[in-house]
Structure formats: C-alpha cells, structure tokens
Design a protein around this ligand. Structure first.
Ligand SMILES: [Zn+2]
Length: 59
C-alpha cells in the first residue's frame, strides 16, 4: 500500500490566505529536512522574484 499522507491547509504569514500544503509537497520538504512553508505559492514566488532582482542589481 502506498501511503501518501494527507493535504494540509496552512495560512500564509504574508497575505493571511489559506493555501494547501499537499501530501506530495510535505514529502518533498521532509526528505530535504525543510520546515513547512509559511507562505503561499504566490508570496513565495514574489519573494523569489524580489531576491533575484536584488542579486541582479548587486551584480
Ligand atoms: Zn501569501
């Protein structure tokens, strides 16, 4: 039997919106020893874009 676990609903610390932390994502994070995401995918993408921008400016 393939135990997949269950999806979790988390609240984003930035926009306070609920988002789904899927069982697959949980597995991915656990395997890499990462903490649960605290931001929704949208805010994560924004922050990543911001970071990339900073790096680009520093370069
Ligand atoms: Zn968010």
């Amino acid at each position: 039997m393939n135990y997949e676990g269950a999806d979790k609903t988390l609240v984003c610390i930035d926009c306070k919106e609920e988002f789904t932390f899927t069982a697959g994502e949980q597995k991915f994070f656990t395997e890499r020893g990462l903490m649960s995401p605290r931001r929704c995918p949208t805010c994560r993408r924004k922050r990543k874009a911001q970071k990339a921008n900073e790096q680009f400016n520093n370069f």
